[in-house]
Structures are given as C-alpha cells and as structure tokens.
Design a protein around this ligand. Structure first.
Ligand SMILES: C[S@@+](CC[C@H](N)C(=O)[O-])C[C@H]1O[C@@H](n2cnc3c(N)ncnc32)[C@H](O)[C@@H]1O
Length: 411
C-alpha cells in the first residue's frame, strides 16, 4: 500500500469527523509518517484510526501509540503556536512529539519524557528515521516534570493521572496551558487547564478519554475492589468514604423492585454522560465493573457501558442497599431502554434518588463530558468553591466541576 495515500486518507477522515480542525494540526498529520514510529506494522494498520499497544508488562499494555482521533482532539485542545516551548510526559513512540515539533517549528522546542529507558531509545530511532530534529528525549519519571527546560508554554500528558502535580504547575509559564487525562470520579477526562495570575487553573475544554495510567511516583491506586464471589468490582471515588464491601455484596445478593426509567442510555452515557452527572451530583455514586465475562447478575446488571459495567448508588450513611441502572433490552449501538433495580433494604430510597438523577440529567439536556467546566485549585491557593459533590478533593488540588446549571459559592 502507498503509505502517503494511506496517511492522507487517515487525515481526510480525521478532518471529516471534526477531530482535526486547524490547518496547523492537519499539516502536521499530513507531514509526519506514523508508520516510521510503528516499525514492522503494515501501513494499513499504521494508518488505521486505532491505538497500537507497543509494550506489555505482565499482559497489561504499558505503552501504546495513541488513537489518531484522540491525538487530534488533544492537539486541538493544546492550541500550539510556532515558537512554543512544550513538555510532553509520556513520549512513547515519539510520534506525538514529532507532530508537536512540526507545529512549534524551529523557533520552538519539544522535550518528551518517558519513564522507560528502552522506549526512549526506540523513540530516538523513530524520530531519526522520520528525519525529525529538535525533539529532546529524556528518560525520567514525568511526575517531576523536567525542571531544566522550564518554564513551558504547554505541558501535555499523554498518560492518565489521578492528580495535578505541583511540579507541573510550577513549570508552566505565566498563562501557560497544562493538558492532561485526569481521573474525575470514575471517568477519565482530557482537560485543558490555563494557569491564571491567581494560581488557579481554569478549563473550558473537556473531552472523554481512556489513557494508560502513570507509573512511578505519581502512580495512582486502583480504585476498584473485587466483591467476593460475584465476579464484580466496585469502583468508588477516591475522595469517598471506604465502602463496606461485604454490605454491598450482601445487598447485590438481595434484588428487589425494578423500575422502568424514562431515559434511554447509550454506552458512552453510562460513563461520561449520566455516569459523570451522577458522580458529580450524588455523594453515594459508584460504578460496578464486570471482571469476569461470565458474570451473571439479575437483569444482566453488567451489560451496559463499553467495557461491561454500570453506574450505581450506595450511600453508606443510610440503610444498607444499592440501586443500579440495568439494561431493559439487549444493548445495541444506540441508546437502549434502561431500568433501575433496587437491592437490599435501602434499595427503594436509593432507587428513587437514581430515578430523580436520571430525570435531572435528561432535563439538563443530557450533558456529556464536554459540557462540564472544570477548575483546578492547587493546594494552598484560595478560591471560590461549589456545593460538596462537585468538589473533588485530591492530594495536591481541589477540582471544581461546574455544570451549566451550577453556581459558585463564596467560601
Ligand atoms: C499512551 S503512551 C504515550 C504515547 C505517545 N505520546 C506516542 O505518541 O506514542 C503512555 C506513555 O507514558 C509513559 N509513562 C508512564 N508513566 C510515566 C511517567 N511517570 N513518566 C513519564 N512517562 C510515563 C509510558 O511508558 C508510555 O510510553
């Protein structure tokens, strides 16, 4: 296959789908040969709109060339200009660094850090074979940024983070932008954060994403816990009280009423549509994930979502119980009818709350990830706040999540 034709076809498709919007990003995708960053892969695969895993550790992907659609979305969010100084954390194959280097040009600079020395060596070979000069590759833990090159106009993580590290904020130039896939109550969101003179980072651009997570000093803990004997994991927000797993498992073994919900859900709604809404408006929101494909629970509880799982409500402060969104018909490509199943003695009250939340979400126009405005307040910085469920307390910052309907409360 003619690689140039394949590349142009990929870029045409990215443009047609609205992923590539600016001339600068389009030019970079047309100019940089992705296949040279994925040696050994047939050209048809190198120019497919797919992520390609390039490294596995104990069967789990620890590095990949990201999906071109997602890269385009993030490059548009990043708003690079010629002359910008850029730090990338998660160099991987070096392809994204090459695209960014093309956009910032010889007056700018790109430093790309990866925690894995072998990947950095391979990225250097890829960049050389593509004739890309001017990318500074560093083998280091990006948790600490890269102080020698600071300040940066843009810092971009192409690896998921649970928090906003003070090092990254400190290494941003005044008015600089930090773009990262950030864990927000069970969703991962690509957020473009602009550093204000008051030390607060404000974001007008949020997108859904699903990146490999950081290793090293900033590695997060896995927030999902296996429920004994059910083949199901419970995922609660890391700023929520410790769940009583035995109580949740007991409730799930006690299915009760099932109430039809008037709001159909599509796969993406389960996570970053209604799921995100629930997580940011209800303190007891949690998610149930299938960990074994053969898991069978009442109502095919886990047949929702893209990976098999659903959203639920379990308020540890109330009577033990749980309410979960269940599929009312076999999941299809579009939105499907859903119901709310109540479990355990506290299920009825939680089911009523879940139905009210579904109504609230539908009434607000079914907002998705892109409809939320996020503000990151680093630890030690004073700023107006929001009602409790919309404030996510992390170790190094508070994340304030504003839906179009929410109001800021003075502290
Ligand atoms: C999705 S890949 C990045 C893809 C890359 N941008 C490209 O264009 O090929 C994520 C990368 O983050 C790296 N990574 C994980 N933890 C890291 C850390 N603490 N510091 C720097 N890189 C890290 C992984 O080794 C992996 O290569």
């Amino acid at each position: 296959m003619d690689v140039e034709r394949a590349r142009n076809r990929m870029v045409d498709a990215l443009r047609g789908a609205g992923r590539v919007r600016s001339a600068a990003v389009e030019e970079a995708f047309r100019a940089v040969p992705r296949h040279l960053f994925l040696p050994g892969l047939p050209a048809a695969d190198a120019y497919a709109d797919e992520a390609v895993a390039v490294q596995f550790t104990e069967g789990v992907a620890t590095s990949s060339a990201s999906q071109p659609s997602m890269m385009a979305i993030m490059l548009e969010q990043l708003g690079l200009r010629p002359g910008h100084r850029v730090l990338e954390i998660g160099a991987g194959t070096g392809y994204n660094a090459a695209l960014m280097s093309r956009i910032v040009g010889p007056a700018g600079s790109v430093t790309a850090v990866d925690i894995d020395e072998e990947l950095v060596d391979r990225a250097a070979v890829h960049l050389a074979s593509a004739g890309v000069l001017g990318v500074d590759l560093v083998a280091a833990d990006g948790a600490h940024g890269h102080p020698p090159g600071a300040p940066y106009d843009r810092i971009v993580l192409t690896v998921g983070s649970d928090d906003v590290r003070p090092e990254w904020v400190a290494q941003l130039a005044p008015g600089g932008r930090l773009l990262l896939p950030l864990a927000v109550r069970g969703s991962q969101l690509s957020v473009a954060l602009d550093l204000g003179p008051d030390g607060v980072l404000r974001c007008d651009s949020v997108r859904s994403c699903a990146f490999i997570r950081l290793r090293g000093a900033a590695a997060g803990v896995d927030a999902s816990r296996l429920l004994d004997g059910l083949g199901v994991a419970l995922q609660t927000p890391d700023d929520a009280p410790e769940p009583d797993l035995e109580e949740v498992a007991r409730a799930l073994a006690d299915p009760r009423e099932r109430r039809a919900a008037p709001v159909p859900l599509g796969a993406v709604d389960v996570w970053d549509g209604f799921g995100l809404w629930l997580a940011l408006t209800e303190p007891g929101a949690c998610r149930l994930l299938a960990v074994e494909p053969e898991t069978v629970l009442p109502d095919d509880l886990l047949r929702l979502g893209s990976t098999g799982g659903t959203v639920a409500l379990a308020d540890p402060a109330d009577v033990p119980g749980l309410a979960a969104v269940v599929a009312a018909e076999p999941p299809g490509p579009g939105p499907v009818a859903v119901a709310v199943r109540e479990f355990g003695p506290g299920g009825a009250a939680l089911g009523a709350r879940m139905l009210a939340a579904l109504d609230g979400w539908a009434g607000a126009g079914r907002p998705g990830a892109a409809d939320w405005r996020l503000t990151v307040v680093p630890a030690g910085v004073d700023a107006p706040t929001l009602p409790a469920p919309q404030v996510i307390v992390k170790r190094h910052c508070r994340v304030l999540a504003e839906s179009p309907a929410s109001s800021v409360v003075e502290p």
